[in-house]
Design a binder for this molecule. Structure first.
Ligand SMILES: [Zn+2]
Length: 202
């Protein structure tokens, strides 16, 4: 599939995509018809095009490469103290309803021989969040990616998310804030390590 540059209206954002925007635009127009709208009314004229571009953006994580993201930001570790990166914002789409869920990711790891530049954690989170997801898998994929790149003694990932598919459909409003986690290596084996990590998140 051909790659092209796309500019997102009103955001100043430009990104590269493989998504067939013409096809997605036609599908969005059909979607509008199916729900009883008139895609030719003035307010909706540009909607299919906006939807196509927005969805190319919201799913761009499928087309990103972990090694390219991490490129050049690996450094030798100088100790084995736990590193904790808190409050990384994420925005994702649930794969069951194609509605947003969003929140924060917290990452902790105990280095092996390498550490990773702090800004790269947000890029890794984004790579997995910008796909259709379930929150449990998001946590696991982030943890496994960090395990793969850094080969740390262990890694822990906690994801706190708010799910619009639950809130907007009026179900389980009281449980709409969900916490999931993935623990690997010493974070899985040692309760003390896990507790130290979780105490950083309070
Ligand atoms: Zn959902």
């Amino acid at each position: 599939m051909e790659r092209k540059m796309v500019e997102l209206e009103d955001t100043g954002l430009t990104f590269e995509t493989h998504v067939d925007l013409g096809r997605l635009k036609r599908l969005a127009a059909e979607w509008l018809e199916v729900i009883g709208e008139d895609p030719s009314r003035e307010g909706l004229l540009k909607t299919p095009e906006r939807v196509a571009k927005a969805w190319a953006f919201l799913t761009r994580g499928y087309r990103q490469d972990l090694k390219a993201i991490v490129n050049g930001a690996l450094f030798p570790a100088e100790g084995s103290e736990m590193v904790v990166v808190k409050g990384i914002e994420f925005y994702s789409m649930c794969e069951h309803h194609l509605l947003p869920f969003f929140g924060q990711v917290h990452i902790g790891y105990i280095p092996g021989e390498k550490i990773l530049g702090l800004s790269k954690f947000a890029r890794i989170v984004d790579m997995f969040a910008r796909r259709l997801q379930v929150q449990e898998r998001l946590a696991v994929q982030i943890a496994e990616a960090i395990q793969e790149i850094l080969e740390p003694q262990g890694v822990g990932v906690v994801v706190e998310g708010v799910h619009l598919c639950m809130m907007m459909r009026g179900v389980e409003k009281q449980h709409s804030r969900t916490t999931t986690s993935a623990m690997l290596g010493v974070f899985r084996e040692s309760q003390k390590t896990r507790e130290e990590f979780l105490s950083h998140l309070k």
